[in-house]
Design a protein around this ligand. Sequence first.
Ligand code: NAD
Length: 290
Amino acid sequence: MKIGFIGLGNMGGPMAARLVGAGHELWGFDPAAPLPEGARRAESAGAAAVGAEVVITMLPNGAILRAVADEVIPAMRPGAIFCDCSTVDVESARMVAAAATAAGLGALDAPVSGGIAGAAAGTLTFMAGGETADFAALQPLFAVMGQKSVRCGTAGAGQAAKICNNMILGVTMIATCEAFALADKLGLDRARLFDVASTSSGSSWSLNAYCPAPGVGPRSPADNNYSPGFAAELMLKDLLLSQEAAAAADADTPMGQLAAGLYRQFVEEENGRGRDFSAMLPRFEKRGRA
Ligand code: NAD
């Protein structure tokens, strides 16, 4: 396929590299990041889109996505598909999809989980919102960049799935970290807590697969001095998106709100930026019941 790829940063760069490696003709644009080997350089986002069957965007936020979409959609050929893989607010995803559809294009929001390592290894999970035909048309590309893709519903459903999932993740990670910190103060060995809870009703992905306690459970960022992994500021971004969506939809999400507040404090006031999101454990272990 002829693909335009806009936003070649930590995630977009390796995703684009995999598409090039699979033999696709890829025209890339990013004002700052380097072009993956074998990709062709476009001089603008619009130029990357001309003649492409698919345009993929991997950008920092909804405002940038909307600006890029304004430039790209008029340059795309009829019947081509605009596929945004960034994590953005549901509202921006729906606006961009509506503009693409009005211009006679296909549209998908297809945010990912799996992080930078997953992007490099081609093991991302895509959660998509849009029409079935557009989702089916992009299957060959998702298969190159990921190991799983799920169509979650119509426009915006991919972003909705992403923020709901990450709200569960943020809340369970905090609960897991505070439980380990409580265990310390009760004189309970962390490894014994892991043995019990990981096979009991306290189990979760945060505990079983990504244990925040160093030396306990499977290898995780905790065993690498909390180097990310999934950085705390990215968790904060997703939690804030979940709360923005919850406010717009009048949904009561007290745990998500609390998690967003704790990650904001951790990132903005407690040197959490650049640390893995599981570094909430050393944060809790230093604190008392203030
Ligand atoms: P990044 O900051 O490394 O990359 C974003 C890129 O977009 C940068 O290279 C930047 O130069 C480029 N960009 C900004 N404005 C642009 C424009 N107008 N035109 C073209 N390019 C432009 O960020 P990332 O880590 O690659 O994340 C990208 C998206 O993926 C974000 O929405 C993020 O939330 C999401 N995401 C990231 C991870 C992760 O682990 N990093 C995991 C899942 C999802």
